[in-house]
Design a protein around this ligand. Sequence first.
Ligand code: AHR
Length: 307
Amino acid sequence: SAGVSFADTPPLAVKDTYRVGFAQMESNNPWRIAETKSFHDTAKSCGWELIATDAAGSAAKQVADVDSMIAQGIDVLFLPPREEKPLLPAVMKAKAAGIPTFLIDRSVDSNIAQAGEHFVAFLGSDFIEQGNRAAEWLIDNFAGEKGVIVELEGTTGSSPANDRKKGFDDRILQDDRFEIVASQTGDFARDLGRQVMETLLQAHPDVNVVYAHNDEMAIGAIQALELAGRKPGVDITVVSIDGTRDALQAIIDGKMGVTVESSPFFGPLACDVMKKYAAGEKIPGWVKVEDRVFTIENAADHIDEAY
Ligand code: AHR
């Protein structure tokens, strides 16, 4: 493809089959499992010989997994970086090894690593907008006089935790009915969401809104609230992000108000963008995924396709 500029990222040949690395960060929630499955489901039709790893929640292991993929001679790397800074070495090493990298669903520190230079592109949602939309649903639907909010944050140092916090907090604090009385990490995990909610409920018994950065923590929080005799959906409003099956069911059951979609089905998009890149097309630095919003209006229509 003479004359085509790839900026500084390594080129990719047009071939029938590719040795592809997918370095998953963890598999402790349905979202991650659905994402990994999406890559496996896409492999055959996209000509991928897929090497998939699971870092089990350790950024250090995720970096080591990428090292071993590089040693195995992958042609292309798909990387969902668990945290923004600790995964920078993996991005830099892949670039140094001449392997084009696509960041999947989460990003790395943009002060240091840039799309079109250190990696080809980031494929994923606008997490700030997701937080905005959760806040806007609350502003439009909260019937009480004073909203006392507990926020359950995602993995500390991850791009979705940073951006979903910013998007929600900035928007909700423009309405002076609302106050965020506590904000603590639940590491995007159901169990920790439940435990943190238990503790925060004791410190803030007047809480009447929970904003969770993902559905797993929201479901954990609902369990803690019910154990404490609270009635989610009646005396406490729960808002969240993802669109898992359990969250859609909680909406149908009247326990959760809204979940802003964050799709895990990246396999087909990754295939499409990779092939375009190999063919010499210019790839935007951010291939943005458009998200929907699930409420009582439409949850039942989507639960069958949920994960
Ligand atoms: O990066 C996307 C987030 O990661 C999802 O919201 C969450 O459920 C997952 O662990």
